[in-house]
Design a protein around this ligand. Sequence first.
Ligand SMILES: [Zn+2]
Length: 243
Amino acid sequence: MREQIAYLVQLQGIDDEAGLVRARLSVCANRLKELEVQLSGLSVRLESQQAERRQLQARQKDLTYKIEDANRLSKKAEKRLMEIKTSREYRALQRELEDAKGNIREMEEEVIVCMERSEELDKSIAALSGEHGELEKIYLQEKKDVDAEVAGKEGRLEELTAGREEIAGQMRPQLFQRYQRILIAMSGRAVVAVVSSVCRGCNMNVPPQIYNDLQKGEDLKYCPHCERIIYWKQEDEEDGEED
Ligand SMILES: [Zn+2]
């Protein structure tokens, strides 16, 4: 049984490390994802402002042509005004001219609105582009670091899995299955040390009889409080978590 208990302790050591490695991998993946979300948010804003800027440019160009046409027509009408003979015709044409000029003024005002908004957008687009560029630099650097770390961690995880299988192969199948069950039920901590009578799983004192038996290491013992598999560890071995 002593040997089986040693295997259990090793197994827990491996699972502890694998748990830490997996947690770190998930932190790495989340960090990259977070940056990707920020980057794509900036891209979306940038693209929408650029699209608005293009629309404004097209509208401004369109208005400029229309204003030129309207001015040309007004000039012609002004010339015709000189040649008109009847006052009725004169008044009609004059009204037409005034309408046309009013229309030109409106279009010119719209051009100014377009220009003002374009200036605003240009500033915002420049700021967003800068922000995007900076963030992209950070992302690429971080991705390089994360990719390297992930490769290392995945390699370690493979080693741990191989080590786990090796130990499992040497264990009594029933004991291994029991370990697996407790591991799941106890959120990853199935085997814990008892140091100076205190269970490291639940920090409760184990009864003296169990503690005495535990020190002999002859039978498999469970914590009466948290029901984890327990083993005896000397006080000066504390925090060593040797395997
Ligand atoms: Zn306990």
